[in-house]
Design a binder for this molecule. Structure first.
Ligand code: ASP
Length: 441
């Protein structure tokens, strides 16, 4: 036993989270079955509502705390980098257009899939109410409404009069206006003279790195936080929750596979005029590195080398498109965020109409730009978007336990999406055509 504990103690974080999730699930299910009175058992209720709920909430709050500075710094710098793309003339505009098209297709695949499969539907309404009775939804909503009434609402719900006010209420409806401000700020930053922009860019990039460190620190609590959140869910909802979770996981993997095996090859064949199979073969080291590290940033050096040496993408194209793409083009993450938000909305029976789903789609595309290219980078964005739609964000504890494999998979798409765009852009860069044709044999 002590040996096992020592081994688990030195295991990677994602293994610890997975183990604690399984323990939480098994423990919660057993507690429900074995306690006299099931989930209504007084001792179990005490443990769930006083201990599990609070420890879980502590972990989630540590993540929420970082959302505003992280989102702002990542989005401004991401947009400023994309904005500087315009300075690179046609190459930049082509890369930008392809980024938007591929991200939209990715999110579209996710949304169609999640609406067709409905992995989160079918949770018993009474049990769901029991699970979330402790989350004061009405109270929080009422407070959010008061905040809205006493201040000028943003124009069209998007354009803020006072961005600081939106930052203050970012987790109760101010997210979209805050993102809008960050986007405009980022565009302006890219148009500012370099010597004036530099202090702002370096401050924001420093702020971003500090926020990423804070997320790392919060993630140290993840194993115990996930245990508590999953235990509580399992002891109230029973097996249904895990059936939904399994369907969700398969859906994410299938949707990622469709984007990888259909959308990218089509872009490679018809825009880049390359043989998709050869291209993927050339990219195999990049694929393996992205999968192993779960980080677009960590994969960047390998992607730069391989795209030039193996795939023949000219260096000026590769270094431009891949570097910007590592922070600002996250196809796999955008797809994942869309599915996850709608899955949790189904799970908690939050009805999102078509218009709201389109907002989720837009937010997922923008969130793809603002997501840090690090393991788990998607989560602060997801947490913030969930709160905007009044979906209990504590629920992400459920998914965190299985996130590593999803993270590894979506990171592959993030990086190969950048490489695909680089190959497409290279084709129009003159020198890329010969290389591409030579590569096709
Ligand atoms: N791990 C992803 C990346 O680095 C980001 C995320 O989706 O969490 O690209």
């Amino acid at each position: 036993m002590p040996d096992m504990r020592r081994r688990l103690g030195s295991a990677p974080l994602h293994t610890k989270i997975l183990v604690m999730m399984v323990l939480g699930a098994v423990g919660g299910l057993l507690a429900q079955v074995l306690s006299p009175g099931g989930s209504k058992n007084k001792t179990l209720e005490f443990f769930n509502d006083v201990i599990a709920q609070n420890v879980g909430a502590l972990f989630m709050t540590m993540i929420f705390m970082v959302v505003v500075p992280l989102l702002f710094s990542a989005l401004v710098n991401g947009v400023a980098e994309v904005g500087s793309a315009a300075k690179f003339g046609k190459m930049g505009l082509r890369a930008l257009a392809l980024t938007l098209v591929l991200s939209s297709i990715a999110v579209g695949i996710g949304l169609v899939g999640v609406n067709a499969v409905k992995p989160g539907a079918g949770i018993d309404a009474a049990k769901r109410a029991e699970l979330y009775q402790a989350v004061d939804k009405e109270g929080a909503l009422a407070k959010a409404n008061v905040a809205q009434e006493t201040t000028d609402p943003p124009l069209l719900g998007v354009v803020p009069k006072n961005p600081l006010l939106e930052a203050v209420r970012a987790l109760s409806g101010g997210l979209l206006p805050l993102m809008f401000f960050a986007i405009v700020f980022g565009i302006a930053l890219s148009k500012t003279a370099p010597e004036d922009a530099l202090p702002v860019t370096s401050f924001l990039s420093g702020l971003f790195h500090v926020c990423v460190k804070m997320i790392d620190m919060a993630m140290k609590l993840a194993p115990i936080g996930v245990f508590c959140l999953v235990f509580r869910t399992a002891s109230v909802l029973g097996g249904d929750a895990f059936l939904s979770l399994a369907k969700y996981m398969i859906l994410v993997l299938v949707a990622l596979a469709i984007h990888f095996f259909v959308t990218y090859p089509l872009a490679l064949k018809f825009i880049a005029r390359r043989n998709p199979l050869d291209f993927m073969r050339q990219m195999r080291t990049v694929i393996v590195t992205a999968f192993a590290t779960s980080s677009s940033n960590a994969t960047l050096p390998v992607a730069l080398k391989v795209s030039e040496e193996e795939a023949g993408i000219p260096r000026h194209v590769g270094s431009f498109v891949l570097t910007i793409g590592a922070t600002a083009n996250q196809n796999g993450t955008a797809l994942f965020e869309g599915i996850t938000i709608l899955f949790l909305a189904q799970f908690f029976d939050v009805d999102l109409n078509l218009g709201q789903q389109l907002i989720v789609m837009g937010l997922a595309i923008v969130a793809g730009i603002g997501t840090a290219g690090v393991p788990g980078g998607a989560w602060p964005m997801i947490a913030a978007i969930l709160v905007r739609f009044e979906i209990p964000a504590e629920a992400i504890g459920l998914i965190l336990g299985i996130d590593r494999i999803l993270d590894m998979s979506r990171t592959v798409l993030n990086v190969i999406g950048d490489a695909t765009i680089a190959a497409c852009v290279a084709r129009f860069e003159g020198d890329g055509i010969e290389v591409a044709e030579a590569a096709m044999g």
